[in-house]
Design a protein. Sequence first.
Length: 653
Amino acid sequence: MLQRSPLTERVVLTTHKEGTDEERKMSAAIRIDPETGRKIFNTRAAKASEKITGKGYSVLADQKLKELPEMPAGATFNADEQAKYRAFKEARLGAADYIAMEGEFKKYLNDVYSEPPIPREALTDECEVLVVGAGFGGLLLWHKLSNAGFTDVRFCEKGGDVGGTWYWNRYPGIACDVESYSYLPLLEEMGYIPSMKFASGFEILEYCQAMAQKFGFYDHCLFHTTVEATTWDEESGRWIVETDRGDKMRARFVILANGILTTPKLARINGMEKFQGVAFHTSRWDYNVDLRGKTVGIIGTGATAVQAIPELAKVVGQLYVFQRTPSSVDVRDQRATTDEERQTWANEPGWARARRARFARISAGRTAIQANDDYLAGKIEEIKKPKQYERKLTPVELVQKQLDANFRIMEQIRARVDAIVKDPKTAAALKPYYPYGCKRPTFHDEYLPTFNLPHVHLVDVAPLGVREINERGVVHEGVEYPLDVLIYATGFQWMGTSTFNRITGRGGRTLKEKWETEGTKTFLGLHSKGFPNLFIVTGPQGGGGSFNFTDAIDAHGDYLVWMLQTMRERGARIVDVRQEHEDTYAEHCRVVDIATAPLRDCVSYYNGEGKAEPGSLAYYGGGQWHKHRIAAQSSLEPYVFDYSESVMTASPK
Ligand SMILES: Cc1cc2nc3c(=O)[nH]c(=O)nc-3n(C[C@H](O)[C@H](O)[C@H](O)COP(=O)(O)OP(=O)(O)OC[C@H]3O[C@@H](n4cnc5c(N)ncnc54)[C@H](O)[C@@H]3O)c2cc1C
């Protein structure tokens, strides 16, 4: 494990004036580097607390919990099964009704993990690149940009420290679902090897903090600073970035690295404001609440809940799990990193990069997430040989084959429920009927056995979900469930880039308006016409990744460095994209989404609860994104460069 180090403050270059505590803090928060004349920030507000330490998946000895029942060979997704899936979906259509955390619900967004914001003056100056977000996106961008000589880079982050997803999500049991040797970027540069195959979120957070320390990120980041408006100023060729701290900064380039699952959402439930007990969302876990012996309710059974419920069950008195739709719960088989692996990797320069690259080549979600060690370590060439058919299958036949294979996986997952959960009614409710991967797949070896415990109660609120909350707790079908604590595991807005802050481009049009009227339109997911010098990392239509999100961040970061370097070399000041290229790319996203849609035929946040237009959210074209990218980079045809007043300020290190 990384050692939790005290916040290492850099030497304060300005002399402290006499004054109040507030004034001293203000002057320490921003100082000037005498060498570069640029500002250095000291705004990290995270507190190191024993309460945030925890563990993710346990290593289990019971082999039976880590085995799947036999796959039903030859089973097909026939008409009866299709009808069952359809009924399951249709019953839930329209049930998901989420509300923003505004007004009386705004309290659920409070940053419970840091000290109050460090006081500082509002900024009205200029930087070359302003990045929104300090998760892996921000951290990797800083590493890449600074290595390429772009050092006048500033980050704005809503939270009090780095980590993004891993800063905000600290619920008990949190862990990475992509094997950590492939998920954590720059392992060799950091000289670090994760302790477990699937590292806990706490270990990942500490890794992010260590990255920020090592690469000098903290000096560049304004924490507790939420970007509220980003407005293009045609005259100066700059973005004006306004924040909740009163800043009005100018930037030549803005990069949105604000994440795909960053804004928590709440289900709209009658009477939820009346509840008199303690309530919080899983992404703001309140460790001041002692759950020992309490009666606790949790609403939601998605990926977060699957990880949190087994840990909750270990401490609470009674646990009520309110489930609208069950998750697919696959085998996890957690293990510690072995001494042999440590030794091998120590003698194998490039191991981490090679492993990440191999991971990225796996095309099937379940195979990737199960992460075969021999393949990832390069000991075997392929996980399994691609199936050979006597003739080339039509796209429709191919999808049918995939649906059959997918059905067999789900049968296996459903059989696992029956094999583990003793009460037949509970087991029936825990079985998911939709294609594998349509909702976020989950993995756990303790989740299903938790429902055999006498103090854990599954309350099946299918298909419409919890509809009523009163002063005492949840009410369902006339039964009241009094609770001391109510936990909302209701997830996040997915890919809402255009709504995280008000982005106003050329002609005063906002990105939200553009996408609402024209549909989501980007080029490579990274540019959107009319929003020059603005780049979106891992947003809608942004491909280039695998099931490993940091892989997409990596690809997008490399692309952006290439773009800034290209502009520097050519003396270009502004880049936008051509209409026809954006249209063609958006159409490509639509087509690849439609072609694979039967594999995602359910109600899921991935498809906007069944309402999203094809191609408007995640990218489903696999490796084709790279083809589009490479073609653009070699021809430069999609780009409109503006060369007037070429004043790129980056200088090679
Ligand atoms: C619980 C959970 C588990 C996950 N597990 C996995 C996994 O196992 N494997 C995987 O590949 N991916 C996983 N993901 C996806 C995960 O989000 C990515 O892997 C990755 O961490 C994203 O990094 P990011 O920097 O792009 O975004 P984030 O980590 O979300 O960081 C974005 C940051 O931007 C900040 N921000 C947003 N808007 C503003 C604003 N207007 N102003 C200032 N700051 C702003 C946010 O506060 C946040 O800190 C998981 C996500 C969640 C929520």
